[in-house]
Design a protein around this ligand. Structure first.
Ligand code: S3P
Length: 450
């Protein structure tokens, strides 16, 4: 499990052009949801292209602990024989979700309306993250929680015996909170309504519809009003997981800042609730093209081509775009450091409660590499001095955060001196093939001797 092993320090050296195809792994958000909804359906769900990162493997293990039959058939090929809505058994062990906020929050929701007691824990990063944002709405269904102070893991949830439907306005832009409430609502008689003021990723809604639940979304003055009819019989599905746009961001952004690069990322998911980074890069002047736009398994998909873009300019990123690119701000800040002028990122308070405080982790590491960064509670500004102007030479702490580690390794590819990361081990949570994939493109990342 990430965070439990020895640190893996790495150094990324300035590299020659990155060229070729980057076959990034399956989408993390969709992978978690495939396993959880597969476990809640009656019969056998087949999943192709599942991300086999540690976060998702922890969710697979959890679904088995709740009584589903979960089996790996081959690379990315899984079958889940589900127990049906309301069919979860009480696990006889603590559910350890490792580094994964998505895993633990979605599973808490899925189990919250069955009369079982479940204890959850995670690694040092996850055990610091706020869980009240999920346990508060679950309490409305009748779920009881006992946890550490500040609503932190480890914590035990006792599922509601006779859950009642709820109407809940999600107070923070969070797909995890929305999804936890929707998954809880599955085992509740009547209609549950979830309202979000800002649109967040909608994979749960799409997949619930695919599994045969009665779910509708209406856009009103209040926001997106999602209505789910409880106690459906979910029908097993064949799911093809698109490649993860959040993982694709690393080879794509590296290609934009390393001279002479030309990288193609086939088959990436381009759900509009996830694609904000790519619009932002285009607004900055990046040479990005979307080829073969199509739909697969209910999700928009395309092949994305990125070429070296020396003329990128800093911009004010529209704050209303934040939810659709929330995981991509760390790598965007590395592109911004190679653009000309200021990139202003506002309305991003949520970055402070991810696997790490991502504003603080990136600002500190960028400064250690000679980049000017200002930051406040929910904003930060990176001043770029143009392509190839990042001095580098700094040591960056990843804080058990995969995206921080990958961002700094990409920064090093375009910096004047190598960039070091104290622990790149967490990359295995979401992008286990990052090192060989980047090496094939031409990156020079080496593991340092301890
Ligand atoms: C996710 C939602 C986002 C995102 C995370 C995955 C999901 O978190 O940062 O990586 O799969 O629902 P929040 O819901 O906390 O914004």
């Amino acid at each position: 499990m990430s965070g439990h092993g020895d640190p893996i320090p790495m150094t990324s050296r300035p590299s020659g052009p990155l060229k070729g195809e980057a076959n990034v792994p399956g989408d993390k958000s969709i992978s978690h949801r495939s396993l959880i909804l597969g476990a809640m359906a009656v019969g056998e769900t087949r999943i192709t292209g599942l991300l086999e990162g540690q976060d998702v493997l922890d969710t697979a293990k959890a679904m088995a602990a709740f009584g589903a039959d979960v089996e790996r058939l081959g690379e990315g090929e899984w079958r889940v024989h589900g127990v049906g809505v309301g069919g979860f058994a009480e696990p006889d062990q603590v559910i350890d979700c490792g580094n994964s906020g998505t895993g633990v929050r979605l599973i808490m929701g899925a189990a919250a309306t069955s009369p079982i007691a479940v204890t959850y824990t995670g690694d040092a990063s996850l055990n610091k993250r706020p869980m009240a944002r999920v346990t508060d709405p679950l309490a409305l269904f009748g779920t009881q929680t006992v946890g550490r102070s500040g609503g932190r893991l480890p914590m035990t949830l006792v599922g509601a015996d006779e859950p009642v439907p709820v109407r809940y306005v999600v107070p923070v832009p969070s797909a995890q909170v929305k999804s936890a409430v929707l998954l809880a609502a599955l085992n509740v008689p009547g209609e549950t309504v979830v309202i979000e003021q800002e649109a967040t990723r909608d994979h749960t809604e799409r997949m619930l519809a695919g599994f045969g639940a009665e779910i509708s979304t209406e856009v009103t003055d209040e926001g997106r009003v999602i209505t789910l009819k409880g106690q459906p019989e979910l029908k097993p599905q064949d799911i093809i997981v698109p490649r993860d746009p959040s993982s694709a961001a690393f080879p794509v952004c590296a290609a934009l800042i390393v001279p002479g690069s030309d990288v193609l990322v086939p088959n990436i998911g381009l759900n509009p609730t996830r694609a904000g980074l790519y619009f932002t890069l285009q607004d900055m002047g990046a040479d990005l093209t979307f080829e073969n736009m199509r739909e697969e398994g209910g999700e928009p998909v395309a092949d994305l081509r990125a070429r070296y873009s020396p003329d990128m300019k800093g911009i004010e990123v529209p704050p209303e775009r934040a939810a659709s690119m929330i995981d991509e701000y760390p790598i965007l800040s590395c592109v911004a450091a190679n653009a000309t002028g200021q990139t202003v990122m506002r309305g991003v308070k949520e970055l402070r409660v991810k696997e790490s405080d991502r504003i603080d982790a990136m600002a500190t590491g960028l400064r250690a590499n000679g980049v000017e960064v200002e930051d406040g509670p929910d904003w930060w500004i990176v001043t770029g001095k143009g392509p190839g102007t990042v001095p580098g030479g700094g040591l960056c702490e990843s804080h058990l955060d995969h995206r921080i580690a990958m961002s700094f390794l990409c920064l090093g590819m375009a910096a004047q001196k190598p960039v070091k990361v104290d622990d790149a081990g967490p990359i295995a949570t979401s992008f286990p093939i990052f090192e060989p994939l980047m090496a094939r493109l031409g990156a020079q990342i080496v593991r340092d001797n301890h």
